[in-house]
Design a protein around this ligand. Sequence first.
Ligand SMILES: Cc1cc2nc3c(=O)[nH]c(=O)nc-3n(C[C@H](O)[C@H](O)[C@H](O)COP(=O)(O)OP(=O)(O)OC[C@H]3O[C@@H](n4cnc5c(N)ncnc54)[C@H](O)[C@@H]3O)c2cc1C
Length: 320
Amino acid sequence: MAEVLVLAELDPSGNGVRKTTLESLTAARALGEPSAVVIAAPGSAAAVKDTLAEYGAAKIYVAESPEVDDYLVAPKAEVLASLVERVSPAAVVIPSSAEGKEVAGRLAIKTGSGFLTDVTEIAPDGTATQVAFAGGVIVHSKVTTGTPIYTVRGNSVTPEPAPAAGAEETVEVSLSDAAKATKVLDRVVEQKSSRPELTEASIVVSGGRGVASAENFSIIEGLADSLGAAVGASRAAVDSGFYPHSFQVGQTGKTVSPQLYIAVGISGAIQHRAGMQTSKTIVAINKDPEAPIFELADFGVVGDLNTVVPQATEQITSRK
Ligand SMILES: Cc1cc2nc3c(=O)[nH]c(=O)nc-3n(C[C@H](O)[C@H](O)[C@H](O)COP(=O)(O)OP(=O)(O)OC[C@H]3O[C@@H](n4cnc5c(N)ncnc54)[C@H](O)[C@@H]3O)c2cc1C
C-alpha cells in the first residue's frame, strides 16, 4: 500500500499530539498507509507514539534534535523534504495550523510539488475538497506536479482510531545553515483556560457587539461552560475591547467548523460567516428578526440575549 507521510503536530504544553494530527492521520488513510513524522526536541516521540499508532500510523519517523525546536519552521520543512526524497511517499498530509501551512509551503518549494491548503476532505484518487469565497463555493482540486501536499482544516474530519503497528524509525537530523536562519530565543506557553481550543472545539459559543460589554461576556462564557464549549467573538466585539483578538472568528480571525456554533448578538456579516459557516449546526440568538445570521442558522431565537442566554444556561445545567 502507498505510504503517506503525516506531520505530527504536538501540543506545545507537552500534552501529547493535537487533535489536528489525529484528523490528518484519518484523512491520510484515504490515500494509503499513514506514516507519522515527529520532528521535535529529544524525548518528544515517546509520549505520543501510542496515540499515533492507535490512529493508523503504520510507521513513525522520529526526527528528534534540540536544533529542530531552536529554529522556527525551516528545520521541519527540511527534514520532511529529505524524507520525501528518500521514501517517495504518495502524498504528505499536514494539519492546517499557521505553522503547518508554512511548513507545507516550504516543502512544496523544496520538492517542486503542488499543494492544497485547508482541505476539508481527501478522496482516494487524491482529489481534495476546499471551501472558498466565504463558504459560497466548494472547490475540488488535484495536485498534478510532484508529491501532493495537503493541509487539513481543523474539525473537518472526525478522528477515527485504526490501530496500526507504529514501527519506529529514527531519522538523522542534519540541518543546513539556511534552516538555521531564524533562532527561537524564548518560548512562553500561554496559560490555558479549561475550555477547549477554539479551532478544535466541537461546540463554539460566540458573542458579538450585542453582548455590549467585556463584563457581559461572562454570560457567553457561562453558556459555553455549561456545554463544554470554546468561546469565540465577532470582530466588532473584539474591536470594542469585549474579548481578546485571539478569539476572533471570521475572515481576519480564526476559522472554526464545530458540530454546533451558537452566535449570540452577532448580525452575520459576510466576514464573520467566512470563519464559521461550515459549522454543522448553527444556532443564532438575536433580538432583530431581520438579522442576516438567521438566513444561515438552522435554529434561531429572536430575543434579548440577556434574557435568553442565562435561561438556556440554567436549563442546560439543570439537565446534567
Ligand atoms: C476586511 C474586513 C475583515 C473583517 N473580518 C472580520 C472577522 O474576521 N470577523 C468578524 O466577525 N467580522 C469581521 N469584519 C467585520 C464585519 O464586517 C462586521 O462588522 C462584524 O462581523 C459585526 O460584528 P457583530 O455582528 O458582532 O456586530 P453588529 O453587526 O453590530 O451586530 C450586532 C448584532 O447584535 C444584535 N443585538 C444587539 N443587542 C442585542 C441583544 N441585547 N440581544 C440580542 N441581540 C442583540 C443586533 O441585532 C445585531 O444583529 C471584517 C470587516 C472587514 C471590512
